[in-house]
Structures are given as structure tokens and as C-alpha cells.
Design a protein around this ligand. Structure first.
Ligand code: MG
Length: 467
């Protein structure tokens, strides 16, 4: 039995409930059997299905992946390839490649997923995990994993957080990043505005980019363009901060602290690419301002350098947004190299892998904040994971200043974000539906809405990692 019921554009009722054809069919369901299925199914199937709680629009054990397509949007606030995985039963699941990543990271997995049952999330994750890596290269595997959970949840009519073991919290605390201004008073005003919106945890970007163009602050090899040469890692730039540069950075924090007070946690990020010695000098200078953490002071790969910084300063340290899979976090956590870990679920390997990272960190007394800068699809993947993971401190929200960010999806549980917290939805899967009209409006020019991707159906390769 195949009933394709799910491809229509969601409409919104006055109370915000999605009025897709599927939604309407669902509300007309009898004992888990939708009206469409009732009409289509033979009598013996109707009897067998009646009274069962799983979605018999779908028979989970016979669910098979038939397609993987992309809608590539921009301005959310980043560029985001949204993934849709389709099945033989009309059910589909959403995920997304990490913001700024290539859709190809997901598309290259399609040939490995076609014909598979999406409910076997962990088995499929292990099948494709070799095609992910750190940074944006983890975005394909992670995005597919989100879509598989969405599908499994819809097939069994259960929210993702419940499949992970249930909730530690009914709402997830968010931390808001804030757009930089070189004008200290303006920067402080923007930070205060976040508090006024109800945010209970803040982050500011402070670093040597705020000092660009001023003479006598940054020492660097003459002719070295530290604004343009982004690919040189911190220890190799030979950039040094003068005492005046450190004072300038500290002034920004002082002015912001003055505006927001000391009651609210304030984290700091985007310092720039300078050495461990200067990271330690700066960290010590910032001690009086009670920062929640100093982020990505050196690349995450340098475990020993992180350990050196963490041992030398009293401000908590944090890294992790570009790390793929739990093995890299285990190395960092075992060494107690940072005080807090900070995976981006859309790089780290998806929902379950991020929970595993959180659980491992928790066992070692390390807290977890969650990096996030994508669309509401990945946001909800994060919310389910954060709800189900004990040591989560706060989840980042990068879309605060994008007025249409929440409009990308419809959900009866909107707003997704209220007074600095995310609601944990009780609906099956991730609990959201795309708003096709809004997504179409923000497609990258020239991109189509979930266009066919048949060229990715087949790939000839022996994927085994041993002989
Ligand atoms: Mg960061």
C-alpha cells in the first residue's frame, strides 16, 4: 500500500496549525488508520491496523528511502542546504547540511541510502559516517541523520527527544550571539537589547578585528594581512597583541558589562588568530569581567595548547564547533583540555552523536553548550537533543535578527523561541513542517525547491574501510 499524501504546500489555520493534506488526513484518522489508508487498504489490513498507535499511513518495517533532495536557501542568517529524504510511503524527513556547507556533502550519501529503512538510524549513520569529517564536511552525515530521526519519529508517531530517552527539561535555554559594532556604546546597547528580549545568556564577539586599522596595537610580520589570510592557524601567524590592544579589548567587555550587569552569563568568541601566550595574557586581563567562557582561542586540534591555556587562566575555556564525531571530543575531554565542550550538531554527527558527546562530557564533569547557526530545521534537531541531554547549558540562536527566520516552518507550537527559551515540541519527529512559500522566497537565485537529484542515485565504490 502506498499513499503519497504529503507533498502539498502547508497552509496555516488561524490558530497556526498546519493544514497540509496529511495533517487533515491525520486529524480524520481512526485508531491510527488515516482516512486515506482506510479507503485504500484491504479489509484484513484495516482490521490488523485498527487500534495500533503507529502511523499506518506508514508501516515502519516496510518504510524505504526513495529520494534525497535539497532546497538551498540563504540569509537565515547563513546559507543553508535543507535536506528532504522521501520514502515509499509518502512520509518524508527534514535535515540540513551545516550552514555554509556544500549540498554535495549530503547528496553523495544518497546512493548509500536508497532502499534502506530510515528507522534504522544508527545503522545508517554507521554506514555513511566515513563520508563526514570536521567542519562543514560533517554537515552531510549530520543533516541526513537529522532527517532519519524525523522520519523514524513520524513513522512511529513519537517525538525525537522521546526516542533518545525522554526529557531533562521542558524548554531549552538559548544563548544569543550579537552583531558586532566597533562603537562600544552601540555594542553595549545591542547586548542590552538581547536582555530586553528575554535572553538569559549572552555572547559577544570581541577580538582583534575590532582593532583593525588602528596603529600600534597589533604586531605582525610586515606585509602579513591578518584580515585576509584566514587559513593560517593561530600558532603560525606570529601575531602578537600589545598591552594597548589587550586594554582595548578589555574596554569593550567593561562597557558591555556595565550595560548588562553581572547577573547574566556573558560568553566571548572570535578573538582572532594569535598565539597561546597572548591568549593567556588576554584571558588573565579579562578575569574581572566574569565571562562564561572564552571560545576557540586556538584551533580545537591542539589539545596540549588548550590544556596550557585552561591551566593558566581562571576564565572557563570552550571549543568544539568544528569537531566531527565523539572520538575527537573524547580526546579533549580525557585531557581536561577545556572546561566546556561546544559541538555543532550539524557538524558533530547529528542528534544521537551529539547526545553521546554530551553524555561522555557529563561523566567527566564537563558541561556542554551547543553551537548553532542554521535554519529552524537544524534548530529543532538541536532542541530535541538538548532536551534529552543532561549537561546542556544553553543552545546558541543565531537567527534572532532575521525577521522571517521562524516563518520558514509551520508548527502548532510556535513561536519556536519565546523569551530566550525554545519550546520542546510534542509532535512526531522533529515536530515542524516547512513553509514552502517562505522557503521558495529565500532560495539562492537559480536554485529550485527540492529539484530531482537523479544524478546522485548511483555511485560505484567499494566503501569498506578494511581488507
Ligand atoms: Mg564560535
Amino acid at each position: 500500500m502506498t499513499t503519497r499524501t504529503t507533498r502539498d504546500t502547508p497552509q496555516r489555520s488561524p490558530d497556526g496549525v498546519s493544514l497540509t493534506r496529511r495533517g487533515l488526513l491525520r486529524s480524520a484518522s481512526l485508531g491510527g488508520l488515516s482516512l486515506a489508508a482506510m479507503i485504500a487498504a484491504p479489509l484484513e489490513e484495516q482490521i490488523a491496523y485498527a487500534g495500533q498507535s503507529v502511523n499506518r499511513n506508514s508501516k515502519p518495517s516496510e518504510l524505504r528511502i526513495t529520494d534525497l533532495r535539497i532546497a538551498h536557501i540563504r540569509g537565515a542568517p547563513m546559507r543553508v542546504p535543507i535536506i528532504r529524504i522521501d520514502t515509499n510511503q509518502g512520509l518524508y524527513g527534514y535535515g540540513e547540511v551545516r550552514d555554509g556547507g556544500s549540498p554535495r556533502y549530503a547528496l553523495m550519501l544518497k546512493s548509500r541510502l536508497l532502499g534502506e529503512n530510515p528507522c534504522n538510524v544508527e545503522r545508517l549513520f554507521r554506514k555513511v559516517q566515513q563520508f563526514g569529517y570536521h567542519g562543514r564536511q560533517g554537515g552531510g552525515v549530520s543533516g541526513v541523520e537529522m532527517a532519519l530521526w524525523d522520519l523514524a519519529g513520524k513513522a512511529f508517531e513519537i517525538p525525537v527527544y522521546q526516542m533518545l530517552g525522554g526529557r531533562y527539561r521542558e524548554r531549552v535555554r538559548l544563548y544569543a550571539d550579537t552583531t558586532v559594532s566597533r562603537d562600544r556604546a552601540e555594542y553595549a546597547r545591542r547586548m542590552k537589547a538581547r536582555l530586553d528580549l528575554g535572553y538569559t545568556f549572552l555572547k559577544m564577539d570581541i577580538g582583534i578585528n575590532l582593532l583593525a586599522g588602528e596603529r600600534g596595537l597589533i604586531t605582525a610580520p610586515l606585509g602579513f594581512d591578518w584580515l585576509r589570510d584566514r587559513m593560517t592557524a593561530h600558532p603560525f601567524t606570529a601575531i602578537q597583541l600589545t598591552n594597548r590592544a589587550i586594554e582595548r579589548i578589555v574596554e569593550y567587555v567593561a562597557v558591555v558589562r556595565e550595560a548588562i550587569g553581572y547577573e547574566v552569563p556573558l560568553a566571548a568568541d572570535h578573538f582572532g588568530h594569535f598565539s597561546v601566550n597572548d591568549a593567556i595574557r588576554l584571558g588573565r586581563a579579562l578575569t574581572p569581567y566574569q565571562l562564561a567562557w572564552l571560545e576557540d582561542l586556538v584551533p580545537w586540534q591542539f589539545t596540549e595548547l588548550w590544556k596550557q591555556i585552561t591551566n593558566a587562566i581562571d576564565v572557563p575555556t570552550l571549543t568544539g564547533e568544528d569537531m566531527y564525531r565523539k572520538e575527537s571530543f573524547i580526546k579533549l575531554i580525557d585531557a581536561h583540555a577545556v572546561d566546556l565542550v561546544h559541538p555543532d550538531l550539524a557538524t558533530a554527527g547529528g542528534i544521537l552523536e551529539t547526545k553521546k558527546i554530551g553524555d561522555y562530557a557529563a561523566e567527566h564533569g564537563v558541561g556542554m553548550a551547543m553551537h548553532f547557526a542554521g535554519s529552524p530545521i537544524s534548530f529543532m534537531a538541536n532542541v530535541h537533543c538538548a532536551a534529552a541531554t543532561e549537561n546542556v547549558i544553553a543552545l546558541e540562536h543565531h537567527g534572532v535578527d532575521v525577521p522571517w527566520w521562524e516563518d520558514l516552518v509551520v508548527s502548532p507550537e510556535k513561536p519556536l523561541v519565546k523569551a530566550g527559551f525554545a519550546r520542546v515540541p510534542d509532535r512526531p519527529g522533529l515536530g515542524i513542517e516547512l513553509n514552502e512559500e517562505v522557503v521558495r522566497k529565500h532560495l539562492i537565485p537559480g536554485e529550485r525547491y527540492f529539484a530531482p537529484t537523479d544524478e546522485w542515485n548511483q555511485d560505484r565504490s567499494n566503501d569498506r574501510l578494511w581488507s
